[in-house]
Design a protein around this ligand. Structure first.
Ligand code: GLN
Length: 244
């Protein structure tokens, strides 16, 4: 593949604590879809206590974690809150999954106590009885294909007047009641869909890559890739859970 001369740098925040469902798979997917198109891609991991220079990052991934790990990470996040906020307000791309999604908000209230969030997006999460565990299928404005995934969370997230990531076609979503899942704010996506979110939903992966390239280089067209296997897998899940 001919090189485009473009490059994106992905910051993986706290893989030592927030990596509950193999969030690295999402990184591998973003890297590979760039490389296939002749776009250079690099991932920098930041563990707790590391200094983060957000001005060098194009995409930030905040993964999932257990309540215990979220409480530990919370202290570190508060130290980088202002730089993270500037990055988000400047159109920096963020994909935050499950525990990471909850930490984008004001707080995550559990039986054990209150975990203060980054307050980057006007949302909050409260734990309720019973975990919401199942496959999930969404219709999202960010993709033509349905968005498919798996959710497993005790927290219920209220997104106030923010735009959701998708409308729930099957599964529970943010709180099991509203009919919506996740949040989209500027170039930030927060979602409960964990594990292989991006390999399962290549259009969402490309959305993130395109937004990152546009912020850095201006209007961008991504070369088409052969996604026939991903499309077949996606259609299988859609038919299994939504349409007989
Ligand atoms: N600990 C959070 C919850 O149970 C998030 C879990 C996760 O990242 N899957 O709601």
């Amino acid at each position: 593949m001919e090189k485009t001369g473009k490059k994106i740098v992905i910051g993986h925040l706290y893989p030592d604590l927030l990596n509950l469902y193999g969030d690295r798979g999402n990184i591998a997917c973003m890297m590979q879809r760039c490389i296939w198109r002749g776009i250079d891609a690099e991932t920098v991991e930041f563990n707790t206590g590391d200094t983060i220079d957000f001005s060098k990052l194009d995409i930030v991934l905040l993964g999932g974690g257990s309540d215990r790990e979220q409480a530990i990470v919370c202290g570190n996040l508060l130290k980088i809150r202002e730089q993270f906020r500037e990055y988000v307000e400047d159109g920096g791309v963020v994909i935050a999954v499950c525990g990471g999604y909850q930490l984008l908000g004001k707080y995550y209230k559990t039986e054990q106590g209150m975990i203060e969030g980054l307050n980057l997006v006007d949302i909050y999460t409260e734990q309720e009885e019973g975990r919401l565990i199942d496959n999930i299928v969404l219709k999202s404005d960010l993709a033509d294909m349905p968005v498919v995934g798996f959710e497993n969370h005790g927290g219920r997230t209220c997104i106030n007047d923010n735009k959701p990531f998708g409308k729930v076609l099957y599964g529970s979503g943010n709180d099991g009641k509203s009919g919506y899942e996740g949040v989209v704010y500027k170039n930030v996506i927060g979602t409960y869909l964990h594990g292989p979110l991006l390999p399962k939903n290549p259009q969402i992966c490309d959305y993130l890559i395109r937004k990152a390239l546009e912020r850095k280089y201006g209007p961008t067209e991504l070369a088409a890739l052969n996604d026939s296997q991903e499309e077949a897998a996606n259609a299988y899940i859609y038919h299994r859970f939504v349409k007989e």
